[in-house]
Ligand binder design. Structure first.
Ligand SMILES: Cc1cc2nc3c(=O)[nH]c(=O)nc-3n(C[C@H](O)[C@H](O)[C@H](O)COP(=O)(O)O)c2cc1C
Length: 360
């Protein structure tokens, strides 16, 4: 799998998720077998570039390349400037967000709302490609989109072809329309049509929550790579499980309880160091909640843990909880269905809206 000059270790991608795929989470997913990780979206609004939020989003300390930064905005010159700004700060790939459905971003005609205005979408794509080319650093531009605006306006294929023509190096398609938000089911027919028509790599995304589903989506779409978002929350080992299944057709055993606890705590320390004690402790709660979702007693623990008010108390409680779980089980005793239907997915939708509102 190749994006411009970059050869990737595999074709399993972690999806960009505002408020989730920060540098510590991306590094965790990569350690767990993801071959590629795109950062959370960074606004093209210059007045926000010096904000703490944007500077944390632009943090790539110690991250393995290629460093891919997603930008979002509605104005071509501003998006070109955001491209130059991020390349100057180390971005090796620029990804344009035309996939995010959240209200405020859409009111301002960014994210997936841009799919409704193809001329503007193309103006932005061309401006970003030109800015990346002018940098002289051989920075590929990629595009993330949905299948279209609504059921009757599925223009992903037309837009993807035009983007390819404009110089985009890879297209990712989430198999839902903007109108759908996160409701219903992702469909893969449109992604297959995009893949069949393009000569650049195409990535399939949407509702991939098991290694088996990853294989199925790959077969249905013929896509060059698959991208996993919500199912990686609290369960980043889905990447190594998927890599194993794709290579051998066999299911990898769940991690041991002790392994999962160590990985989670390592992630938390990295998280606290990026966000500081107070913000770090608060924002860590969602990661802990996702990690225990679907495990016996996980929901009760999440409620207790949400009352704790220091990182030390969080880590201590988590160690204790996992130690008790390890007394009963050697390996994580959850079922994928519990995760998808009971916890992570529902939480994430709210989180997505919330984060995007803050960004706009
Ligand atoms: C919490 C959250 C935040 C997201 N933020 C972004 C974002 O910043 N940029 C983007 O292109 N897509 C964003 N998405 C969409 C995901 O990248 C992905 O397309 C979507 O979740 C479908 O994949 P999945 O079914 O594997 O989760 C977000 C999704 C979630 C759940």
């Amino acid at each position: 799998m190749q994006i411009g000059p970059y050869e990737l270790p595999n074709n399993l991608f972690v999806a960009p998720m505002a408020g989730v795929t920060d540098r510590p989470f991306r590094q965790l997913c990569r350690r767990m077998g993801a071959g590629y990780a795109v950062s959370e979206m960074v606004t093209s609004r210059k007045d926000l570039w010096n904000s703490l939020k944007t500077s944390r989003r632009a943090n790539h300390d110690g991250e393995a390349g290629p460093i891919a930064v997603q930008i979002a905005g509605t104005d071509a010159p501003m998006m070109a400037e955001a491209t130059r700004y991020n390349i100057d700060r180390g971005a090796q790939i620029i990804d344009i967000n035309m996939g995010c459905p959240a209200k405020k971003v859409c009111n301002k005609w960014a994210g997936s709302a841009l799919m409704q205005d193809e001329p503007l979408a193309l103006e932005i794509i061309s401006a970003v490609v030109a800015a990346a080319a002018a940098s002289g650093s051989n920075v590929p531009v990629t595009l993330k989109m949905r299948t279209g605006w609504c059921e009757s306006e599925k223009n992903a294929l037309r837009l993807a072809l035009a983007a390819q023509e404009a110089g985009v190096a890879m297209v990712t398609v989430h198999g839902r329309t903007r109108e759908q938000g996160y409701k219903g089911q992702a469909e893969y027919t449109t992604i297959a049509a995009v893949k069949a028509a393009l000569h650049i790599p195409v990535v399939a995304n949407g509702d991939i929550d098991t290694p088996q589903k990853a294989k199925q989506v790959q077969a249905l779409t013929g896509a060059d790579a698959v991208m996993i978002g919500r199912a990686a929350q609290g369960r980043p080992w889905i990447f190594r499980e998927t890599a194993h299944f794709l290579a051998t057709n066999e299911t990898l055993a769940a991690p041991t309880v002790a392994e999962a606890c160590d990985w989670l705590i390592e992630h938390l320390f990295d998280h606290y160091s990026l966000y500081g004690e107070l913000t770090g402790m608060r924002t860590a709660r969602k990661h802990i909640g996702w990690a225990v979702a679907g495990l016996p007693g996980g929901e009760a623990f999440r409620q207790v843990m949400n009352q704790l008010d220091s990182s030390q108390a969080q880590v201590g409680a988590l160690r204790q909880w996992f130690a008790a779980l390890a007394d009963q089980y050697e390996r994580l005793p959850y079922f994928v269905g519990d995760l998808v239907n009971g916890g992570a997915v529902t939480n994430n939708i709210n989180n997505n809206e919330e984060e995007a509102e803050l960004l706009a």
